[in-house]
Every structure is written in structure tokens, then in C-alpha cells.
Design a protein. Structure first.
Length: 495
């Protein structure tokens, strides 16, 4: 709908649109030297900077605006131009002829200004959302490095990245997703480094989203992933601005969703989920050792229960004789088969982990530690589980906590049951078969055109340069080229 030249019609439309909206503030008053020109302002309470509104807008409107007044239309035009060109002391002012833009501006925290006799409105940037400010990160804690974390305000998040990359080639393309929520979504990338086909695919997938509301970045992650059947994440999730800035400099795209403190990084490969931001802030030797530990922990978190079952049920000859005696002795009072025993203890561990996450911080930590000790010890004393199974399940959980990205751990938790069930049914043959199925699935995955297992597969495409940052991390002075995500003609980052 177009804005009418009659102010009363515009007011009636806005009154109808915002009927029963108690948080919408409206005011009509005259301006100009002779107070012949009426204006109307409307804004959402507590989404608007009241100081900016009262000092720079209302006060400016009350000040005389010079005009020539031969007719009402010329009067309106002169007042409108006077306000737009200098009457309002705000740097961010736009004009529109669409009433839908006026409604969206109000819902976004901005202040529209409509004049009687003029078929356009001024939209003044006054948004100021309630926010908790920049705080320390909770999920990606580091010993050395920045403590800043993203917040729920998109503009604050883009500023945290812009602060780290002071380059005009850093582009922030903003979209609006969700029919009702009209959520702001920003794509942050480096022009000249990002691959055009990856950027185009990301834009196409986001523009294709047709949903009523986007409430968190998790919505976007699920709606743009290439293989929704896979338990493995195809986009990285982070709340760290320094990690996001590093990803942008590699040629990747950061997707920031308003109202969410977690951003998405695409494309993502299996290797990137084992990279912690702290890996690049400390010496390469110790970080390479820790990187190897993470990969080992990742493998054990998926395979350890299945390996235990296949060895004890079908291939005890693989184990030392003394260990077999210990296993037999510990399993004597247990009334359940080994597979059921492992499933029961694993379910108990998962319940404890879920309870610890949902409870408040200090209580959750206490439940996780004390509950694990009490339940494990009680289960052993009651003869419901053997000590070796408690150790296996606890070690499996600890290995999962060693992986930097929670989303990958969640995928591993699901894949663990495939190996466990097939190992219980077919022994070592089932264990190997399930492992091969998982590897084939991982090798077939792609994240926005990039092979998921790169550089472990197709590493020659980038002259095997990406192996410098996989199982080991070479010194920084040797990492002269960007990884596979970057545009082929702009891969040198260090000379």
C-alpha cells in the first residue's frame, strides 16, 4: 500500500494495523513557524532509543522550519525537505513511499515520520534493543585468546567482526527471512577471497527458505544443509568473534542471525570441527599433540563400546589371559547380557549428561560428578553392571567432551549406537562393517560443494597444502596458503 497525501488516512491505517498493541506509541503535533503543518510519529516502546528520539527528533521538530508557503502542497514539500536535509539531527535517515516499510520500521525499533500533504515518510534510525552486552564465551573457553562472545544483537556481532578485519573488502550482505518474524540475516565474507559459487549457493539456499519465523541460527542451519538425513553437522556453530574472523579470512562465509548469539560458518569439513581457536595462539608443538589427542578421542567416542563388545563376546582371544580372567570375574554377578549391560549404563550416562545441562550451572556440575560416582558405584555393588563397563562408558563420555564442537559430538553419539548394535550382533565383522558404512557416508558428504572429508580425500586438488593443519599443526610461518575454501587465484596469505 502506498502512503496517502492525507495524514488522517495514514493514521487510520496505522491505528488499524497496530490495534491492541499496547507497546506502540503514537503522537500527532504541528511543526513550522506558524504551526500549520501536522506531522505524525509512531514507534515501539523499549525498542527505541528514547534519548535519541526526544533530543534529536522531537526537539528538532519543535524548532522552526523555514519554508515558503504559497500552497499546502508546497508547504508540505518544503517542510519535508527541510526536515530531511537538516531539520533532524540524525545521520541515518531514509525515505519511503510504501506503508509496509513504515510498519516494518516500527517493528524494527525505528521511528517513521509522516507529514500531512506529502506522500512519503521519513524513517529515522532509533533502534535500541534490550541486550546483555558483550560477555565471556561459555561453550568455547580458552586459556589464551579473546574472551569476547557474540550477543543476540546482529549489528553488535557484525561490529565485533569488523573490529578485527579493517578491510573494505569485508562485505556484510543483509537479508530478511521469515514471513512473520522478518528476521535479519547477514552473510559476512571477504570479497575476492570467497568462492563465487559457494556464495551464490549460500544465497540461493537462504532465499529459498519459506517459513513463518526464524527464531535462532539453528533454523537456518537445518534449512540450508545439503543432506538432512546425516547425523553429522554440515556447518560450524560458534559464538567466538575471533574464530569467525579467521574463517572469513580463509574464504568462508559467516551467517549471523539476529536474536541468536551463535553464528554459522560455511563450508565446513570434518577437519575443521577438530580445530580450536586456541590452536593458533600457542606454540605449534603442544597444539599438534593436543590435536592428535582430539582425533584419538573422537575415534574412541564412537568405537569404544562396540570394540569392547566385539572383543569380549566374539573374540576373547584378542585379549591377554589375565584381562580375560578379570572380565569373567567382574561379570559373574551381572544378570544381563553384555550388550544390554552396555546399553543400560550408556543410557544412564546420557541421562546424567542431559540433566546436568538443563540444571543451573553449580547444581548441574554437582549432579554430573556426584550422580556419576554414586550411580556407577551403586550399580557395581548391586551387580547390575561390571566395573569394566562403567570404565568403558565413562571413558567414552570423556572422549566426547574432548572434541571442541558440540554439534559433532552429537553426531558421534548417534553413530556410536550403529557400531554398538552391529558389533553385538556380528562381532568384529559387524564392527568393521559399521565403521566402513560410516566412512562411506562421510566420504559422500559435501558442504556447499566442498568434500566433507577434505583433505583426507582429494587432497591433491590443493597440492596437499591443507595437510599442514589437520592431525598436526605446522608453525605459522609455514602456513603460507589459505585452505581449499579460498578462491584459487587468491590463496597466498603470507609472503
Amino acid at each position: 500500500m502506498l502512503i496517502s497525501g492525507e495524514l488522517d488516512k495514514n493514521i487510520a491505517y496505522l491505528e488499524k494495523t497496530f490495534k491492541d498493541c499496547g507497546d506502540i506509541v503514537k503522537r500527532k503535533f504541528p511543526v513550522g513557524e506558524t504551526r500549520r503543518q501536522w506531522v505524525f510519529v509512531i514507534y515501539a516502546d523499549n525498542m527505541t532509543d528514547r534519548a535519541e528520539l526526544e533530543v534529536n527528533i522531537i526537539n528538532s521538530l519543535m524548532i522552526s522550519v523555514r519554508y515558503v508557503e504559497p500552497s499546502v502542497e508546497e508547504l508540505a514539500g518544503n517542510v519535508f525537505e527541510g526536515l530531511r536535509d537538516g531539520g533532524i539531527s540524525s545521520a541515518d535517515i531514509t525515505e519511503t513511499a510504501e506503508m509496509d516499510d513504515v510498519v516494518f520500521a516500527v517493528l524494527s525499533g525505528n521511528t517513521p515520520l509522516l507529514l500531512d500533504g506529502y506522500k512519503k515518510a521519513l524513517i529515522i534510525s532509533t533502534r535500541k534493543y534490550p541486550t546483555r552486552g558483550v560477555q565471556a564465551t561459555d561453550t568455547e573457553v580458552v586459556i589464551q585468546g579473546s574472551k569476547e562472545a557474540f550477543t543476540e544483537v546482529m549489528r553488535m556481532n557484525t561490529a565485533l567482526i569488523r573490529r578485527r578485519i579493517r578491510d573494505p573488502n569485508l562485505k556484510i550482505r543483509q537479508l530478511r527471512v521469515g514471513r512473520r518474524s522478518q528476521t535479519d540475516v547477514a552473510l559476512v565474507y571477504m570479497e575476492g577471497i570467497v568462492r563465487p559459487q559457494v556464495l551464490g549457493e549460500a544465497l540461493k539456499r537462504i532465499e529459498r527458505i519459506n517459513i513463518d519465523a526464524i527464531l535462532d541460527s539453528g533454523y537456518i542451519e537445518q534449512l540450508i544443509e545439503g543432506n538432512w538425513l546425516s547425523p553429522l553437522p554440515q556447518a560450524q556453530v560458534t559464538e567466538r568473534p575471533d574464530k569467525s574472523a579467521a574463517a572469513v579470512l580463509e574464504g568462508r562465509i559467516v551467517i549471523i542471525v539476529d536474536n541468536s548469539p551463535f553464528v554459522l560458518i560455511i563450508p565446513a569439513t570434518f577437519n575443521t570441527f577438530f580445530q580450536a581457536v586456541e590452536d593458533y595462539y600457542q606454540r605449534w608443538g603442544i597444539m599438534s599433540m593436543l590435536r592428535c589427542l582430539r582425533y584419538t578421542a573422537g575415534v574412541l567416542s564412537v568405537t569404544l563400546p562396540g570394540l569392547y563388545l566385539s572383543a569380549t563376546l566374539y573374540h576373547p582371544s584378542m585379549l591377554p589371559t589375565v584381562l580375560i580372567y578379570k572380565l569373567v570375574e567382574s561379570r559373574m554377578p551381572v544378570p544381563f547380557p553384555a550388550a544390554i549391560e552396555v546399553l543400560i549404563m550408556d543410557a544412564a550416562f546420557e541421562l546424567l549428561r542431559e540433566a546436568g545441562v538443563r540444571l543451573p550451572g553449580p547444581i548441574g556440575n554437582t549432579i554430573g560428578i556426584v550422580g556419576g560416582l554414586i550411580i556407577g558405584q551403586a550399580a557395581v555393588e548391586a551387580g547390575l553392571a561390571s566395573p569394566i563397563v562403567v570404565i568403558v562408558i565413562a571413558l567414552t563420555g570423556i572422549c566426547g567432551f574432548a572434541i571442541p564442537h558440540v554439534s559433532l559430538v552429537t553426531g558421534f553419539r548417534l553413530m556410536k549406537y550403529l557400531i554398538l548394535i552391529m558389533a553385538a550382533a556380528l562381532g568384529l565383522y559387524g564392527f568393521c562393517l559399521a565403521s566402513i558404512i560410516i566412512l562411506i557416508h562421510m566420504a559422500s558428504l559435501k558442504s556447499f560443494g566442498i568434500p566433507y572429508m577434505f583433505p583426507f580425500v582429494s587432497g591433491e586438488v590443493n597440492n596437499y597444502g591443507d595437510f599442514k593443519d589437520t592431525l598436526f599443526r605446522v608453525p605459522l610461518f609455514m602456513m603460507k596458503r589459505r585452505p581449499i575454501f579460498a578462491k584459487p587465484d587468491n590463496v597466498v596469505r603470507q609472503k
